[in-house]
Design a protein around this ligand. Structure first.
Ligand SMILES: Cc1cc2nc3c(=O)[nH]c(=O)nc-3n(C[C@H](O)[C@H](O)[C@H](O)COP(=O)(O)OP(=O)(O)OC[C@H]3O[C@@H](n4cnc5c(N)ncnc54)[C@H](O)[C@@H]3O)c2cc1C
Length: 259
């Protein structure tokens, strides 16, 4: 079975700053005619910007059948960062097919979402897709974005402690889990996500179907030589009958091997 993702050409039609570290890009053009959303609310695409061959992964914030919206975090440095920080309207980019991994257990009444700024687009889309559920969100972001998350979600904005550090592990440990059935979704720096998975599994004794914890980026390293596409790892894992938990562990391990 081929694990190579199909690619599509798109043109940056609009670019808008949502906050000092977050820029919204609207991609369109005839090359997106063959693009299909999975409908899974944390779906992502690989993005290859002009003059590059490496891709970086971005959540599909929205897809209206013609245009894809991506909300891109601008870091201190980085391949996509440097491109998105300047005027890129009119540029041609390549994106891969969308993949998603969010899987809400049947009968869920609540959702807990935790993440940093890179996870905010997925948390917004997940919350928007589940208006009937009780949704609690913890967002560790440099700039608060009132109005970015749906109004019926209970949101706690947290400032990052500084120096690229994160307090999200402590936040997760202190969460009072709601009664009944629900789902925990989280994304952020990979090493921290591994520690949080262990906490959920060992300390809270959660089954792997009750949560999704994804490593979105790697700290402790300057520009990354090659990002590992989660799509093939995901498809190969599913084909091999692995659980989501096992697949993300494998994805994190493949990123470690790549250092
Ligand atoms: C499934 C998935 C969905 C994602 N969705 C989004 C999204 O919607 N929006 C978004 O902005 N990102 C998203 N990410 C994260 C994004 O792919 C990474 O942050 C990526 O490394 C950014 O690329 P870059 O070229 O700007 O920086 P790189 O060239 O990859 O990295 C340059 C430097 O920046 C540091 N760095 C990278 N990311 C961060 C960070 N988050 N915080 C602090 N330092 C960082 C690196 O450690 C490195 O030192 C997603 C990742 C995955 C796997």
């Amino acid at each position: 079975m081929s694990t190579r993702a199909q690619t599509h050409t798109a043109v940056v039609e609009a670019r808008e700053w949502l906050a000092p570290h977050l820029v919204r890009l609207t991609l369109g053009g005839p090359g997106l005619a063959g693009f299909a959303s999975t409908g899974i609310p944390d779906e992502w695409v690989g993005l290859i910007v002009p003059g590059q061959f490496q891709s970086r992964y971005y959540t599909v914030r929205s897809w209206d059948g013609h245009r894809i919206v991506l909300d891109v975090v601008v870091h201190d440095e980085g391949l996509v960062t440097e491109w998105a920080a300047r005027d890129c309207v009119g540029d041609e980019v390549t994106i891969t097919d969308a993949k998603g991994s969010f899987a809400l257990p049947e009968g869920s009444t609540w959702l807990l979402l935790v993440g940093d700024l890179t996870a905010l687009p997925a948390m917004a889309r997940i919350a928007e897709a589940h208006p009937g559920l009780q949704v609690r969100i913890w967002a560790e972001v440099p700039d608060e974005l009132p109005g970015y998350l749906p109004g019926d979600a209970e949101v706690t904005w947290l400032a990052p402690p500084g120096d690229g550090a994160s307090d999200l592990a402590t936040v997760v440990e202190k969460i009072e889990w709601p009664d009944g059935k629900g789902y925990f979704w989280m994304a952020g720096e990979s090493a921290q996500m591994r520690a949080i998975r262990k906490h959920l599994m060992r300390d809270r004794g959660l089954p792997s179907t009750a949560y999704e914890v994804m490593g979105y980026w790697r700290g402790a390293q300057k520009r990354q030589p090659r990002a590992v596409d989660p799509g093939p790892v995901w498809r190969a894992g599913k084909a091999a009958g692995l659980t989501d938990e096992q697949i993300w562990e494998r994805y994190d391990a493949s990123q470690e091997e790549d250092r």
